[in-house]
Design a binder for this molecule. Sequence first.
Ligand code: BJW
Ligand code: ZN
Length: 249
Amino acid sequence: MTDIPAAARQAVLQARHLVVFTGAGVSAESGVHTFRDALTGLWARFDPMQLATPEAFRRDPALVWGWYEWRRQLLLGVEPNPAHRVIAALEQRLPRVTLITQNVDDLHERAGSRKVLHLHGSIFTPRCFDCERPYKFEGAPAMAAEQPLEPPRCSSCNGRVRPGVVWFGEALPEGALTAAFSAAEDCDCLLSIGTSGLVQPAAQIPEVAAQAGATVIHVNPEAVAVHSANQYSLQGPAGRILPLLLADD
Ligand code: BJW
Ligand code: ZN
C-alpha cells in the first residue's frame, strides 16, 4: 500500500546518483518553524525576511542575535524526524547520494547523514561580523527566550559576533554551491523536500536536474506544479511520505 507512484519510487530506489535537496519543511515535523511560517512570541511582530539581512544586523544587532539565539535554543531541544532518518538510510542503501540542504540546523547530521552540503550555512558556526574569525559557543544560549540579546564580541578585533548563516544579499559558500550544481547536473534522480522554491540561487537546483534528464520528485504538503513527465509532486508531510519509499510492498 503506497501513495507513491511506482515509477517515482523505482526512480529513487534504482538511482545511480540520488540528490536529496531539502528546505525548512523537512524539519517542520521536528517542531522547527519553517522560514515563512507566522512566528510566535516577540518574533511574530517581525518579518523574517527583514531579520535575515546584514542591514538588519547593522541596524539592530541585539534584535537579530536574539532571534538566532532563540532559534538555536529551540534547535537544541528537538530531534530528527522520520524524514531525516529515511534520508540517512537512503545513503546506506544507494551507490551515491548527495544531500544538499538550505537549512541552518543540524538535524540531518544528527539523523546519521555523513556529508551535508549546507547552502545557507549553519546556526552553530558563528563568526565575527568584521574580521570573520570563528567564534566558539560556550554551552547553551545565555538568554531568556524571545528577547533581544547583545551579541558577544570577537576576541581578536572586538567586532560583533554574527550567526554563521547566509543572509539575503550575501554569497553562498562557493564550495558547497559548486558541488550542489554539479551534483544536480550529474544525478539521475532528485528528491526536493519541504522547500517553497522561492529563494535563489538554490531554487534552481531541481530545475537544473530536470533539464539534465533526471527524475525530479517534490515532497510537500502543498501541491508543487510540475511541467514535464519526469517530475512528480507527492503531496503530504515529509515524515509521512518519505518512509513509504522504503516500506516493503
Ligand atoms: C513541508 C512540511 C512538511 C511545511 N513536510 N514540507 C534572482 C531573482 C530574484 C532574486 C534573487 C535572484 N538571485 C538572488 C536573489 C536575491 C535573493 C532571493 O532569492 N530573493 C528571493 C526572496 C526573491 N537571494 C539571495 O540574496 C542569496 N544570495 C545571493 O544570491 O547572492 C548573490 C551574491 C553573489 C556574490 C556576492 C554577493 C552576493 C542568498 C539567499 C540566502 C537565504 N537565506 C535564508 C536565511 C538563512 C538564515 C536563517 O535561517 O535565518 O535561508 S532565507 C530562508 O529561505 C532560509 C531558507 O534556507 C530559505 C529557503 O526557504 P525554504 O527552506 O524553502 O523554507 P520556506 O519556509 O520558504 O518553505 C517551507 C516549505 O516547506 C513550504 O513549501 C511548506 O509547504 C513546506 N512544508 N511543512 C514537507 N511537514
Ligand atoms: Zn573580529
